[in-house]
Every structure is written in structure tokens, then in C-alpha cells.
Write a protein that binds this ligand. Sequence first.
Ligand SMILES: [Zn+2]
Ligand SMILES: [Zn+2]
Length: 452
Amino acid sequence: MQLYNTLSAEERAQLIDEAGKQRLTLSFYAYAKIEDPKKFRDDLFIEWNKLDALGRTYVAKEGINAQMSVPAENFEAFRETLEAYDFMKGIRLNVAVEHDDHSFLKLTVKVRDKIVADGLNDETFDVTNIGVHLKAKEFNQILEDPNTIVVDFRNHYESEIGHFKGAITPDVETFRESLPIINEQLKDFKEDKNLVMYCTGGIRCEKASAYFKHQGFKNVFQLEGGIINYAKQLKEEGLESKFIGKNFVFDHRLGERITDDIVSQCHQCGKPCDNHTNCLNDGCHLLFIQCDECQAAMENCCSTECLEITHLPLAEQVKLRRGKQVGNKVFRKGKSENLKFKHSGELSDKPLAVAEKTKDIRQKIKVKKVLLGKAEHYYVKAQVGLFVIENQELNVGDKILISGPTTGNQELVLEKMLVNGTENSVAKVGDKITFEVPFRVRLSDKLFKIIG
Ligand SMILES: [Zn+2]
Ligand SMILES: [Zn+2]
């Protein structure tokens, strides 16, 4: 019985591409009483593995919290694996608006103490005494009420790229921090105001609403299913969006566009931008907003210091990291004095720019293709891309496809290439190749060979 992954992420990506099937990105959670989380975990893994479901799931005695990628054709079968449990009968599955077949490349189901690391002591209040759930339409209506106070229960780097108009966006790094801050800030409004809250998928508000009712707030409401579900209802019901910008999500896309408004700035040059990235320096990994131009100029780094480090030999880099608290900035979650245009706390509702029309990544090219490798660098001035071959071989004359979330799907015929620095007609596994590409290639764009 297989209880763990047997494929690497690369092998999985290749299988997904070869299968050419549409996948759905979805999330769900449920609070419950689970007697034996370990057995629950194993049972789910076995069922989901059969359905080619991928993703990251936490199970605990208090319930389940999952972010998944499921083949569209197995969606109903997947739902049945959940409905087999009484506490998940009729469970709402939050299906993402944008889909990316590579949103998850492994199936992990982990047993944890809690399904959300919220740091709250649950003994002090009744977590099942929650606020009133609001659907998108009702949520829009209550926002119109002058008696309403709306609070964003996400972190500063999440609200920075998108939030509800007029929302209080606490300058916090964790959910736990925001609770006493909001409690203090709103202490005079416990009796008469509507305390309306929202978060990404609704799970944080389940706890927060119970906390604030316990603190004496009389009228507590929460956005059911969070921004993810709100976005879905906007589309289905043709509602006006009172959310502006992007919804930060925790898969590799780092954001789902809700409206075309860009409300944040590139942290390095100040240009309107809402694309998060992680600093390429392994000793840093700072999460920050970076525009395409700064990404090219800074080679995906947050500072010139990090840029210089990434140019050192690997052994040197490791030496530099030794003794230092690795990932120091990761835990500061996107704050650094190097970032001149970082905003948190009070945020403006004024859009700075309109996003370019996003390419529909669901529009799959119906061709047979095989994954060869990925992009490592793009030399902007020379218009040359550097790729690493990880699978099969590439020949001059091959028809190739370069594909990625920003790049889209770009086809071309390979006329000439350098293999490890010298011109050659064949490249094999492990080779680094460069060739001219008439459009900008993004780091980690996938390189495919088109067959037939
Ligand atoms: Zn910039
Ligand atoms: Zn950095």
C-alpha cells in the first residue's frame, strides 16, 4: 500500500503535461472531532493517490485543512472521498478562479497538532460559537451599511496587493497578532457596530469570529469561504467586486487576480506592480514585490548585497550562511530596510494602474509535447535564454514550446544553439544551452519539445 510520494516534482510535472488533462485547484477545511488523525491521514492518502490528487493537507484532532490540485474529470470522485465522512457531508470546496496544472506537484497529508497554526488557546472560548456567514451578495450589502466596520484578518503582505475597499488592514505578520490589536482598536463599538471580517479562504475567520463574540462583540459577521469563494460568486452571479486587486494565495502562483486594479508598488522602483517573488539568494528568500524590469536587472534578488552573494561560488555561499540564522528574513515575512516602496498598515483604496489582460492559462495547446528542462536565465539585451536540459535530448531543427504563467505558451523552431558554451546540434541531459528567444523568458519557464 503506497502511503507516500514515489515521484519527484519534476517527474510529476512531466506526467501532468504528458497527460494533458485539465486540473482544478481547490481548497477546503472543516472543524471536527477526529479520534485517530494518523489513520484518517493514511485513509485519505490512499484514496486521493488513486485519483491523482495532489496538494498539501493538514489533519489534526480538530479537523482538516487542504489545498489541492485534482484532475477535473475526478472532481466528483474526489468529493465522494470526503462525503464518506459525516462531518464533510455537503462540504464547500473552494475552486480557484485561475487554474495552473502545476499548482501542486506532490501529495502530502500531514498530521499536526492544529489545522491552522493560530496560536490561540481554544480552552478559553467556544470555537463553535461563530459569527454569521455571509455570501458575496450579502457581504456587498453589509459593506454599504455605515454602521459596518470591515477588518482584513490576513497579513500585511497579503492585504498589500489586494483588499476590500475601506477595510482595516492590520500591520501584522500573523493572525494571532491581529486579534488583540483589533479588540483594542474597536473596544468602544462592541454593542452597536457590525464587525465584519474576511480572510483568504474563511478558515481564519471561523476562529476570529468566535474570539470576538467571546470578547463581547454583539454583531459579528464573516465572509463565507473567504475571498476565494467571493471571487467565484462574483463570476457566477455577475456581482460588482468590492475587493480591489489580487488575492494572495499560498501556492506557487502567489496571487489570484480578482480585479484588474493594481494597488501596490514594486518594492524596488515604485512602479505599480503586484507580483510577489522570493529573493533568489538562498540565505535570504525575502518575500517581496518586484516588477519585471527590476527582476531582470536584479536577477530576482531583493538587494545588491543578495545579488553579489548569488554570483559567488556555491561553496562560498554556504560558508556565508553558516553561523547566521538562516531564513532570518523569511520569518520577518517581507520586511527589509532595502525595500523602499513597501507599504503596510493603512492602505489606499486607489488603484495605481490597470493590469494587462491575463492570458488564459486554461487554454491548453492540444499538441503532444515532452518536457526537456527549464529556464535558468534570460539575457535581456542579447535576447538569449539559458536553459538546462533535464530530460531526453534537444536537436537543432526541433520544434519547441516555452511555457510559463507569465510567458504563456510560445512556440518556435530551434535554429541554432550553444551547448555548454560551444555551438552544437545536440544537447543531452545535464547540458546548459543558450539560444535566441524573441520574447522575455521567465525563470523556471518550462522548455518542451513538440512531437509530431
Ligand atoms: Zn521595479
Ligand atoms: Zn535577498
